[in-house]
Design a protein around this ligand. Structure first.
Ligand code: PLP
Length: 371
């Protein structure tokens, strides 16, 4: 295909075998091994036609070479476990809890030096770039939606051989392009907005560096974190409509964020698109959309926030995010997240009608005012 097509077009047109007699969609190739001699002998090492189509599609979208994993954590672990004994990992104060867990374990065993920084403290990140072996960023971050100044941090002078990796799951390829800003690796939990239907687990790493690609490819096969063909098939199907879903979900999210901000039932709203968001200025520097994730703190007790999550009828009371269906949960109820403000609700905005979403929340607020 010619270069330079719009990302929305690429997601629909890319990753296909355009040859007479081939199906339009690469079928799920359910295989562990293949007749020899062949380049592709075993799928943990070499993937399948389906996983390769998924990698072509998402690599093209993100602007590099993609490696698909069995989950977002499979992808994250491949990057983190490159670190050698004595290496320094610089990461956010409160990264995704799986990443936090890997770092805490390696730190407790004396394997890595772990430096934790506030994502909003750009100067500290710039300074840390000269001592870090791996700068691990997550932006916008879970669950406070803090946005790091990616252009400044990715462009900071680094120690020789240092790698900058960005967990771009909340931002998606439609809102930010970390590789263009100087990051070495972009990571996605494709379980979320890429798959988009809450029916699969998948992860992705994308890089423009061939040496790094080879290393991460080896880590994937050693860790046994390769994606299955059915997951790759479903993830492709989800990704085909991603631009439509993101467009709708982001428009809904902006409108809902504004309505929540104006509501007497809500104390604080955190959404990168709101000018009141503490790191809105960072977001405005490089994001081309504000994403579909909102968090807000309700007025009243934690019990009330929990009751609101149980009263909703259209939004789904569930963890995870990025689906065509809206989901929400009280984050402090999640194991390991007890230090999150007790009434904070994280809302992944889907593609339902905005008035229905808004009414659903308003009804749940009204029904719980005595708590
Ligand atoms: C879900 C998530 C992950 C982990 O992905 P899995 O697919 O659940 O393994 C990592 N980072 C962020 C920001 C996530 O939301």
């Amino acid at each position: 295909m010619r270069d330079g097509v719009d990302p929305a077009t690429w997601l629909i047109a890319g990753g296909r075998n355009r040859a007479p007699g081939e199906p339009l969609n690469v079928a799920p190739q359910l295989a562990s091994n293949f007749y020899l001699p062949a380049d592709r002998d075993y799928s943990r090492a070499k993937g399948t036609a389906t996983t390769e189509a998924f990698e072509t599609l998402l690599g093209g979208l993100e602007g590099g070479r993609a490696l698909a994993f069995a989950s977002g954590m499979g992808a994250a672990a491949a990057v983190l476990n490159r670190l050698a004994v004595g290496d320094t990992l610089v990461m956010p104060l409160d990264p995704y809890h799986g990443v936090k867990g890997l770092a805490e374990e390696a730190e407790a065993q004396g394997r890595w030096n772990v430096v934790r920084l506030d994502l909003a403290d750009t100067e500290a990140w710039i300074e840390a770039a000269s001592v870090a072996d791996l700068l691990w960023l997550e932006t916008p971050a879970n669950p406070l939606m803090t946005v790091a100044d990616l252009p400044a941090i990715c462009g900071a002078p680094r120690k020789d051989g240092a790698i900058v990796a960005v967990d771009s799951t909340f931002g998606t390829s439609f809102c930010q392009r970390p590789l263009d800003l100087g990051a070495d690796i972009v990571m996605h939990s494709a379980t979320k907005f890429i798959g988009g239907h809450s029916d699969l687990l998948a992860g992705l790493l994308v890089t423009t560096d061939d040496g790094l690609y080879d290393e991460l490819h080896t880590r994937r096969l050693l860790h046994g974190a390769s994606i299955g063909a059915m997951e790759a098939f479903l993830a492709i199907r989800g990704a085909r409509t991603m631009s439509l879903r993101m467009e709708r979900a982001q428009a809904n999210a902006m409108e809902l964020a504004q309505r929540l901000e104006a509501s007497d039932d809500v104390a604080t709203v955190r959404y990168p698109g709101l000018e009141t968001h503490p790191t809105h200025a960072n977001a405005a520097k490089f994001m081309t959309g504000w994403g579909a994730m909102i968090s807000f703190e309700t007025v009243g007790s934690a019990e009330r926030a929990a009751a609101i999550c149980e009263r909703i009828e259209i939004i789904n009371h569930a963890t995870s995010l990025g689906g065509i269906e809206s989901t929400m949960e009280r984050r402090a109820a999640v194991a390991g997240q007890e230090d999150i403000p007790p009434t904070l609700i994280r809302l992944s905005v889907g593609c339902e009608d905005i008035e229905d979403l808004s009414d659903d929340l308003a009804n749940a607020f009204a029904a719980t005012r005595d708590l």
